[in-house]
Each structure stands twice: as C-alpha cells, then as structure tokens.
Design a protein around this ligand. Structure first.
Ligand code: KIV
Length: 290
C-alpha cells in the first residue's frame, strides 16, 4: 500500500513539478476505487448536493449531509488525504461558527483539512480556522455557492477587471494562511499568472495547467447527466452501463430467466423429508382449524 501523502509531500511535489491528482468522492465505493487507482487527494465536495442528492445547486447541502458522506469516504479511503468541503452557511456567518464547523470535519469525520469558497471576503474565516490548527484550501474563480451573484455557473476572470479581482483574491487567500488554493473555471493565462505570484500550490478545475488537477467524479465517470461543463474529460459512461444493466435485469425477471438454478440455495437433506414435513404441516393446521 502506498504511503499516505500530506501537506509536506504536496509542497515537495510542487517543488519537483510533479502533478497532484485530485478527485471528488461522496461514498465508500468511489473512495475505495480512487485509492486503489493511486489518487493523491479526495474532495468530499458539497457538489454531492447535485451529483448524489439530486438538488439543482449546492446551497441546500447541510453540515450533517457533508459529515455523513465524509465518514463514508474515509472508510473507503483510509490511506488518502481527504478534504472536507464547508457547505453554504457553515462559515459565512462568523469566525466562531466557521471554526466550530471546520473542527467538526476533523473531529467527527476524520478529514485531513477543509476547503471553503471565496477570496478577500473570507480571509478572516481562513485565518481563524488556520489559527485553530486546521489546514485550509482556498477556492476562487467559479464558486458554486455564490453562483447566484455570479449570474450562474459561469467561467470567471475572462475580462481584465474580473481577472485582477481574482488575482487579489488569490493573494489574500495565501496571506490568510491557506496552504493551497483551488482555481475553478478561469482562463489558463490568468491561472499561470496566479501560479507565478503565489508560493503555495495552485490546483485547477477547469483552469488549465497548474500544480495539480481536480475533477468531479460524477462528471468524469459519466454519472451526472444534468450537464457536463466544457472543461470535463469524460473517461467512462457509468450512467449508460448502469441503466443497461438494470434494463437487462428487468427483462430477465419479466421473462423468468432470473433467478436460474445458479442463483438459488438448494436443500441439504433428502427432498422426501421436506415433502413429509409439508404434508404433516398441512395436516396439523387442518386439525387446529377443526
Ligand atoms: O463541491 C465541489 O465538488 C467543489 C468543486 C466544484 C471544486 O467545490
């Protein structure tokens, strides 16, 4: 089994220009497949709201939803660095609430660190959580929890003014003590400038080359059918495989093909003994009724 990687390994990987591989997972099976496949980090994203809970956005996701999924992922990937994603309203209200909820990820769900969305405006929260001894990953660019303010799930930093604000956000997140930052749906030219400016690892989801890449498992495995962002490369179509398998099962049951003799447990005593018992049972019941 490969050694579990941690912050110092990720910093070393940046120095050696080695890519960090990062995927979301929300349950035991995908977490264990990811660990077996040699992934470096797992994010239990609040994207679970859309990918596995069926919401049309991430905002309804609660701390309890996140903690429950984090625990399942930890059981599936005991040897992988796992990031808990702070859901909407678990950190926006106050530093105290942010520290308390970040602590729950570490204490109750055995997460290695937390991620939260936002730049300049969340720096007091990042500082407070880091001061409590919890590693933090920042997240800027397309931040789904504030997609209402951003006008939807739209790429960010495509004009000079917006790109400048993103660069300020990136610097502020680093200065607040985050040990790395995730940049989402931003032009690669802007990401490259942010990488030049920062000393911490910069990870990308739809933001071009960086110190590592994140992908949403539902997108890359073809599990999430509502929409597929332009930046996704789909490696499998699990939805198609699962639907076809269930369709075949329905057909087999309807046509009496399943279960066959291969899928049953046969008796282990002579059948005559069972026939005798069946007869006796009926006689006893008939006597009781009389
Ligand atoms: O929740 C999540 O999976 C995320 C990614 C979109 C970065 O935050």
């Amino acid at each position: 089994m490969a050694k579990k990687k941690g912050i110092l390994d990720f910093i070393k990987m940046k120095e050696k220009m080695e890519q960090v591989t990062w995927i979301t997972a929300y349950d035991y099976p995908v977490a264990s497949f990811a660990e077996q496949a040699g992934i470096d980090m797992i994010l239990v994203g609040d994207s679970l709201g859309m990918v596995v809970l069926g919401y049309d956005k991430t905002n309804p996701v609660t701390m309890e939803d996140c903690l429950s999924h984090c625990k399942a992922v930890r059981r599936g990937a005991p040897n992988t660095w796992i990031v808990g994603d702070m859901p909407f309203m678990s950190y926006q209200v106050s530093d105290e609430k942010a520290v308390y909820n970040a602590g729950r990820f570490i204490k109750e769900a055995d997460m290695d660190c937390i991620k939260l969305e936002g730049g300049v405006r969340v720096t007091p929260r990042i500082r407070a959580i880091v001061d409590a001894g919890i590693p933090v990953i920042g997240h800027i660019g397309l931040t789904p929890q504030s997609s209402g303010q951003l006008g939807g799930f739209k790429a960010q930093g495509r004009d000079v003014k917006n790109a400048r604000a993103l660069i300020e956000d990136a610097l502020a997140v680093q200065e607040a003590g985050a040990y790395s930052i995730l940049v989402e749906a931003v032009p690669p030219e802007v990401t490259a400038f942010i990488r030049e400016l920062l000393t911490i690892p910069v990870y990308s989801i739809g933001a071009g080359p960086a110190d590592g890449q994140l992908v949403i498992c539902g997108d890359m495995l073809g599990l999430f059918q509502a929409f597929t962002p332009k930046f996704v490369k789909q490696y499998a179509n699990v939805a198609e495989i699962e639907t076809e398998a269930i369709r075949a099962y329905v057909r087999d049951v309807q046509e009496g093909i399943f279960p066959s003799d291969d899928h049953v447990y046969h008796v282990i005593e002579p059948m005559e003994e069972f026939e005798k018992m069946f007869q006796e049972f009926i006689s006893e019941k008939e006597t009781e009724i009389k």
